[in-house]
Structure formats: structure tokens, C-alpha cells
Design a protein around this ligand. Structure first.
Ligand code: ATP
Length: 355
């Protein structure tokens, strides 16, 4: 049995099905992110785990205990929300100690636990400060310490970094992962930010319309998306409509916009498909033989890499190229592309697009 078992969880608000037959298991110590666009049901799922929303049906079992009839305050979970306000009239250590006081922990134990939680989030030197005299990142560390000090069985995080600016956010991502691993606490994070989910998680659960679409390690989900929705949600990609003409053990043949190209071997029946090709999997090559010519439409410098938008006979393609400190092709120039057929992902037609 897994540490956290979510089984066929469903939540309806009148005629809206916010969470639809959602099942997921999380192992002890694992960090799992619920990732998806706004309104896909991530927060509602987390709220049901926390006990703030009652499921319409389904069950949540934590460490063998069915939480259905356990009120939120008795679930013993650590929770950090985007705007989980600290008590402004209390110092950092008083904020962190609050949950322990409520649980009637003795003075000596409390002091020791608060000290070790503040040490974990590296805020021991600010123990006597009030929240208003702290930065956003520091306040979120206090919120984390407050959630962790009760030694929760499960840590729930709802967009905890989204109020921070981009640079601090990146730093806090590393920090959050370190803290989670040091504390060894099983964690479920809600985020709409794919790079955050990838940086932090052992596994990502991608949601759409209240349903779980795919769950896997960040690498597997990125490399083997099950649909064009997941492929486009997890970073940049080129999604092209195509017709699968044939496939055998050696590979497949696709018709993309009237051009025949080779693809990987797939088990699909011939017919309409979508193909996804990541921009970093397309090479810009010098030798023009056998390759696809492309006209540069746009070129954007991103520091560590260049992003090109190219016109080709397959359709417009995005290509990224590592910045090697050399001159790169400019808009209007023609370049040549090449790729390995295995890098094409052949996906079922997105039903929403074709509807
Ligand atoms: P976001 O990233 O924008 O927070 P989310 O993925 O967390 O989105 P939810 O907040 O879980 O999505 O909402 C899922 C759906 O349920 C949405 O259509 C939302 O409008 C609806 N919903 C959420 N809470 C309620 C409520 N209390 N009453 C009615 N509808 C609700």
C-alpha cells in the first residue's frame, strides 16, 4: 500500500465537475506536483486532501488511515499557500511556535523544535524579527518552518513561490527541494508552472479538466508525453498535424503538409495524427544535402541560447540553438535543418482541436 492513496476522487460544484475521477498514489518521502492550466482542478484536489473541501465521491487514505471523516485540524498536515499570512504581531519564532502551543507541547520541547525548524530554513538569525521586516522569500521560509515544525505526515504546498520575483523564485525552488529532502517529508505541490514542477518533483501529475492525464518523472513526462496538450504544456514544442502513412519495426512514414518524412516506429493505425518535435531536437546543419531548408522569420537572443522561428515546407518551426558565442543566421537567411526520426513524438489527434 502506498503512503498516500487518492482513489476516484470527484468534486462537483453544482454543474461544474472540478475534479473528475482522480486517482494517484504517492510514496513516503516523495515530492509530487499537480501541474495543469488554471481551472483544471489542482487546488480543489489539494483542498480535499487538506480537508477544506468535502469530496463528492472517492477516498483519500494517508498512511493507512481513511481521511474521509477526519476534520482538517485533526489531519496533522503541514500547509503552505501562496498567501498563507503570518501573524503580523508575532515574531518569527512565535509564528513558528504557534502550532506547537495549540498542540500543548511543553516549553522545552517547543523551544528545541522551533530552533531546529528555523535552522532547517536557515532563519535562526532572524528569530526575533517581525514578518513586516522581512522579504517575501524570508516570509515564505517562515511559513515553511511553521508547516514543518509540527512534523506533518504530509506537506501540502499551493503555489507557494508565485508571489516571488523570477530570480528569488529560482533560488527558493532549490531551497525548497533541499528543505523537503532534509525533512524527508512527503510533499504534494500545486503549480501551473512547468519549470517549477520539473525542478522540484520526483513525479509530475498533469491535470486537464479535472482529470489526471499523465503521471511520471519530469524526464519521462517531457520525453514521452501522451498527448499534444501535455507536450505543449511541458515546455516549447512544434506540434504539427500529420498523416501516418505506414509503420513497421524499422520506423514510420508520415505525411506532413504534403512532405513525406520518416518517424519512429509506432503501434498506431495509419490515419490522422499529431507530431511533436522539441525545438532543441532540431539541428541547424551546414551541409544542405538531404536536409530541410528553412527561412529565418525571427531570431531572439536569450543569453544562453538563440530561439529561431523558421518557415519550412512542413510549417513554421521553433528551433533553439545553444549560444556558442558565434554569429547566427539572421531573419531572411536560409538555413538547413536535420533531426533524428526517433525524436518525433507521434501522438493521437487532440480531440479538442478537431472538435
Ligand atoms: P488555478 O490555477 O487558477 O487556481 P486550479 O487548477 O487550482 O486553478 P480549481 O481552483 O481547483 O482549479 O478550480 C477547478 C474548477 O472548479 C474551476 O472551474 C473553478 O471555477 C471551479 N470551482 C472551484 N471552487 C469552486 C467553488 N467553491 N464553487 C464553484 N466552483 C468552483
Amino acid at each position: 500500500m502506498s503512503f498516500l492513496e487518492i482513489k476516484a476522487l470527484t468534486k462537483r460544484f453544482n454543474d461544474v465537475t472540478a475534479v473528475d475521477d482522480f486517482s494517484l498514489t504517492v510514496e513516503r518521502g516523495e515530492f509530487v506536483s499537480l501541474l495543469g492550466p488554471s481551472g483544471c482542478g489542482k487546488t480543489t484536489t489539494l483542498q480535499m486532501i487538506a480537508g477544506f473541501e468535502r469530496p463528492s465521491s472517492g477516498s483519500i487514505i494517508l498512511n493507512g488511515r481513511n481521511l474521509s471523516d477526519v476534520p482538517a485540524r485533526k489531519r496533522g498536515l503541514g500547509i503552505v499557500f501562496q498567501t498563507y499570512a503570518l501573524f503580523p504581531h508575532m515574531t518569527v519564532e512565535q509564528n513558528v511556535a504557534f502550532g506547537l502551543e495549540m498542540r500543548g507541547i511543553s516549553d522545552t520541547d517547543r523551544r528545541a523544535k522551533v530552533a531546529s525548524a528555523l535552522d532547517l530554513v536557515q532563519l535562526s538569525h532572524l528569530a526575533k524579527r517581525f514578518p513586516k521586516a522581512m522579504s517575501g522569500g524570508q516570509r515564505q521560509r517562515v511559513a515553511l518552518a511553521r508547516a514543518l515544525v509540527i512534523e506533518p505526515e504530509l506537506l501540502l504546498l499551493d503555489e507557494p513561490l508565485s508571489n516571488l520575483d523570477a530570480k528569488l523564485r529560482e533560488e527558493m525552488q532549490l531551497e525548497l527541494r533541499r528543505i523537503q529532502q532534509e525533512a524527508g517529508v512527503t510533499t504534494v505541490l500545486v503549480t501551473h508552472d512547468q519549470s517549477e514542477a520539473m525542478a522540484l518533483s520526483d513525479r509530475i501529475a498533469v491535470m486537464q479538466h479535472g482529470q489526471l492525464m499523465q503521471v511520471g518523472t519530469p524526464f519521462d513526462t517531457y520525453e514521452k508525453p501522451r498527448s499534444s496538450f501535455i507536450s505543449t504544456f511541458l515546455g516549447k514544442t512544434n506540434c504539427l498535424k500529420a498523416r501516418l502513412l505506414s509503420s513497421n519495426e524499422q520506423g514510420s512514414v508520415l505525411d506532413v503538409n504534403g512532405v513525406q518524412i520518416k518517424g519512429p516506429s509506432v503501434k498506431f493505425m495509419p490515419g490522422q495524427v499529431e507530431v511533436s518535435l522539441r525545438p532543441e531536437r532540431i539541428d541547424i546543419v551546414d551541409a544542405p544535402d538531404s536536409d530541410l531548408p528553412a527561412k529565418v522569420l525571427e531570431r531572439i537572443f536569450l543569453g544562453d541560447q538563440w530561439l529561431f522561428r523558421l518557415e519550412t515546407t512542413l510549417g513554421d518551426l521553433l528551433v533553439v540553438r545553444r549560444n556558442r558565442g558565434r554569429r547566427e543566421a539572421e531573419p531572411g537567411e536560409t538555413i538547413h535543418l536535420s533531426w533524428t526520426p526517433e525524436h518525433f513524438q507521434i501522438l493521437p489527434v487532440n480531440r479538442e482541436d478537431s472538435a
